[in-house]
Design a protein around this ligand. Structure first.
Ligand SMILES: [Mg+2]
Length: 258
């Protein structure tokens, strides 16, 4: 599945519109509910979802959309679909630490073939194009500037990135930090929220991101696309590359690496 350059620009503009609405709510009034899976959802998640689904449907009426915040459709026999997390890092959003993203991915034959990750707080965007990954900055009208090709970077000792809200608690990090770092041949640890972790590896700032437990496919698809096209991989603990369009959209533990 190939996406023309003109449509990539449109998709970038869609992520910008969603980000703008997220920021508007971030700076005014956030309302929160708890979902069945006990994770929080806010008015910003819902508003961003509406914009993204509506606009992508206009661009690609024939391709179904799976989103964290929309009804899940039956994907059997569907080879190609959009996989959206309109607001990734809702917990960070609620903590108001800025570490949340808009994630848009296209899945084809179980692989993430296109991805956008947009950070509304600093207008930085990561995206794929012609099997390469780029970073850039969006102007206030949604136009892309400062475009830079990004690539993973090999190091003798890994720089590790882990979640801010999952994996390890602060006290645990202190206690287990050395053992955990050694396990992954690492001597430096960075903590970050949302899909920014994938972007840090894709751009060579970090090398490894271990994530234990269940994640949802919309949490990883866009980051996976960007990382793959920058030279990295996301593998399960059995070292197999993770696939998309699984039953319940659940990922097992994985390691993302540059
Ligand atoms: Mg979300």
């Amino acid at each position: 599945m190939f996406i023309e350059e003109k449509k990539i620009d449109e998709l970038i503009k869609i992520s910008h519109s969603a980000g703008k609405e997220i920021l508007r709510i971030y700076n005014t009034k956030i309302t929160k509910k708890i979902k069945k899976d006990r994770s929080p959802v806010t008015n910003a998640d819902i508003a961003a979802n509406k914009i993204i689904c509506r606009e992508i449907q206009k661009l690609y009426p024939e391709i179904p959309i799976i989103s964290e915040e929309s009804k899940k459709i039956d994907l059997r026999k569907r080879k190609t679909f959009w996989l959206i997390d309109p607001l990734d890092g809702t917990k960070e959003f609620l903590k108001r630490n800025g570490e949340f993203t808009v994630n848009i991915a296209l899945i084809s034959n179980k692989k993430p073939v296109f991805g956008i990750i947009y950070m509304p707080i600093n207008s930085i965007i990561y995206f794929t194009k012609n099997k390469k990954s780029y970073s850039g900055k969006l102007k206030s009208n949604g136009i892309l500037s400062k475009i830079k090709l990004i690539k993973t970077k090999k190091r003798k000792r890994n720089v590790m990135v882990v979640s801010r809200s999952h994996n390890l608690k602060k006290s645990e990090i202190k206690k287990k930090k050395v053992a955990f770092l050694n396990k992954f041949n690492s001597n430096k640890l960075i903590q970050s929220g949302s899909s920014i972790k994938f972007c840090l590896i894709a751009s060579g700032v970090a090398n490894i991101y271990p994530r234990y437990g269940t994640t949802m496919e919309w949490d990883t698809a866009a980051g996976d696309a960007i990382l793959r096209n920058a030279g990295g991989r996301v593998v399960n603990l059995d070292r197999r590359t993770i696939k998309y369009g699984k039953k319940d959209f659940k990922n097992k533990s994985f390691i993302a690496k540059g």
